[in-house]
Design a protein around this ligand. Sequence first.
Ligand code: ATP
Ligand code: MG
Length: 292
Amino acid sequence: MQLSLQHLTKRYPGGKLGLSDFSAEIGPGVLGLLGPNGAGKSTLMRILATITRPTSGRVLADGTDIGSQPDAVRNVLGYLPQDFGVYGNLTAVEFLAYIAALKGLGGKGTRQRIETLLDEMNLATVRGNPISSFSGGMRQRIGIAQALLNDPRLLILDEPTVGLDPQERVRFRNLLAHLAGERIVILSSHIVSDIETIADEIVVMHEGRLLARGTAATLRQAAEGRTFECVVGTARLDDLKGRHIVSRVSRHNGDWQVRYLLRNGVAAEPASTPVDATLEDAYLVLTGGGAA
Ligand SMILES: Nc1ncnc2c1ncn2[C@@H]1O[C@H](COP(=O)(O)OP(=O)(O)OP(=O)(O)O)[C@@H](O)[C@H]1O
Ligand SMILES: [Mg+2]
C-alpha cells in the first residue's frame, strides 16, 4: 500500500490548528512520528484512520481518495487510539472477541488469532482475567493486540509504548520488526529513544508541520558540529541556558556538566568539548529547544 498525503491542514472548531500543509508519501515499513505535545501527531493519525476529516488537502490510498471512499482504508486498518478505553468488566479474551465481531471477523481462525496475539503480547496467563485488574502496560498491550486482529495492511499506533516497561518495549520492537514487511506501520511518540529503536524512518513534527524526515542517522546530522559539553558553575548556568539549547545538565564536583546545542550564529562557550550528536540532540535543534 502507498499513502499520498497532500497538503493536509486541520483547523479545529475554535480556530486551533492541528495540522498545517502537511505532505508526505508513505510506503511499507515502520514510520515514526516524533514531536512534542500538540505537534499534530494524533490529528494526522486520526485523519489517516478516517476518524477525522482534514479542513483541506487529501489522502490517497493506492490512488483512492479516502475522504470520499473511507473503506479503502477502513477495510485494511488496525488502529490504536491514544486515549484507548476498554470495557473493564470483560476478560482479555472476551474483549478481543468483541472487537473481532465489530470488525466482522469470526470463526475458528479468529479464535486462533486471538490466542496467538495474547501469546505475542505476553498476556496468555491473564487471558481470563477482567481488564479492570490489568496494569497500564497490560492495557496498552491488549490495545495493540486489538489493532492487530484483522492482520491490517495499515497499522496506526498512537503512543503505543506509553506504560510499557523496558522488557515490553524490546518485545514490542521485535514484534513490529517482524510484522512490518509489506505493511505500513505508523507510530507516534515523544520519546526519542523509542522512535529511534523502533522506526525505520522518522518524521519530526512541530506545530502541525513536517520539520524533517529521514533515518535516525540522517536526522542526527542536524546537530552534527553543534553539540558541545562544558563544565560551569551555578552562576554561569542560567546565562548559558539563555544562549544555547541545553540538552542535559548533571552535577560535576560541585559544578554543572552541561550538554548544549548551538543556536544559529552563536559561538561555543570557552573550554567546551565537541561531542557526537544523538537523535535527541537533533530533535532539540529541529524543534527549537524546549525545556532542558
Ligand atoms: N478535538 C480538538 N479540538 C480542538 N483542538 C484540538 C483537538 N484535538 C487537537 N487539538 C489541537 O490541535 C493541536 C494538535 O493536537 P494533537 O493532539 O494532534 O497533537 P499531538 O502531537 O498528538 O500531541 P500529544 O503528544 O500531546 O498527544 C493542539 O494544539 C491541540 O490543542
Ligand atoms: Mg497525541
